[in-house]
Design a protein around this ligand. Sequence first.
Ligand code: COA
Length: 257
Amino acid sequence: MSFKNILLEIEDKLAYITINRPKKLNALNKETIAELHEAFAEANSDENIRAIILTGSGDKAFVAGADISEFADFDVSQGSKLAKQGQEILFDFIENLSTPVIAAINGFALGGGLELAMACHFRVASDNAKMGLPEVSLGVIPGYGGTQRLPQLVGKGKAMEMIMTAGMITAEDAKNNGLVNHVVTQEELVSLCEKLATKISYNSGTAISAAIKAVNANFKDGINGFDVEIKQFGKCFGTEDFEEGTTAFLEKRKPKF
Ligand code: COA
C-alpha cells in the first residue's frame, strides 16, 4: 500500500510509521489520520511484526497538532464529528492495538500530536522535544483524548495546569512527570526505541497483547480490570506461546516465540 502523507517501512520484526508532512510540522489533517489508520491496521495484521515505532519526519516536529486550517470554519456538529471520528479511527484504535506501539517524540508534540503520542503504549523523547496541549489558546479543548489520557499519565493537577496554561513542557519535565519514559539525543532516539522493541520481540506476542487488554481495562469506565486480567490470564494457558514458554524454562533453553 502506498501513502501520500506517511511512510510505512518494515524491517525484520519491526514496523516504522513516519508522519511525513515536515513543511507543515507533520500536522494531522483528515487524510493523514485515515492513512495512519490503514498503516497501523496493516502492521498489526502482520504476525511477524512484534512492535511498531511511530515518529515524525524532519528534526523539528513529531506532530504540531491537528491541522488547524482544516477545522477553523467548523460548526458545533462538525466539531463533534471531527473528535468522534478521529478518536475511533486513530487514537482509540492505536491504544487498543494488539501490537505494542512506541512513540518516538522527535520534536514538537502539541495538541493532537501529544494526544497521538499518548495513545501509543509508551513514549521516548529526544532532548529537543516540547510537549503541550495548546487547544484553549485556540478557543477549543483537546478532542482526541487529551483531557482523559494526560491526567492518567501525569496526574490531574499537572494535566489541569498544562491544559489551562496551554504551555509547553520540556522533554526532561515530561520525563519527571511520567509522560515519557526516556529522554535521549535526537541521534539516539530511534536506536533506543529499536532496542526496546527488540527486547519486546523476544517475549510472547500473544501474552503481550493480553497484557495490553488487561492494562487498558484499568482505564475503561464500567469495566472491572481485575476481571479482565483473570480472563486474559486464563486464556494464555490455551496458547502455543504458553506451552513453548514454560517448556523452554523447564528445559533450560530460551523460548522461540
Ligand atoms: N496546523 C496546521 N498547520 C500547522 C500547524 C497546525 N497545527 N502547526 C504548524 N503548522 C504549519 C504552519 O502554519 C507553517 O505553515 P506555512 O509555512 O505554510 O505558513 C508551518 O507549519 C511551519 O510552522 P511555523 O509556525 O512557521 O513554525 P515555527 O517554528 O515558527 O513554530 C510551532 C512552531 C509549533 C510553535 C507553531 O507552528 C505552532 O504553534 N503550531 C500550532 C500548534 C497548535 O496550536 N497545535 C494544536 C492544534 S489543535
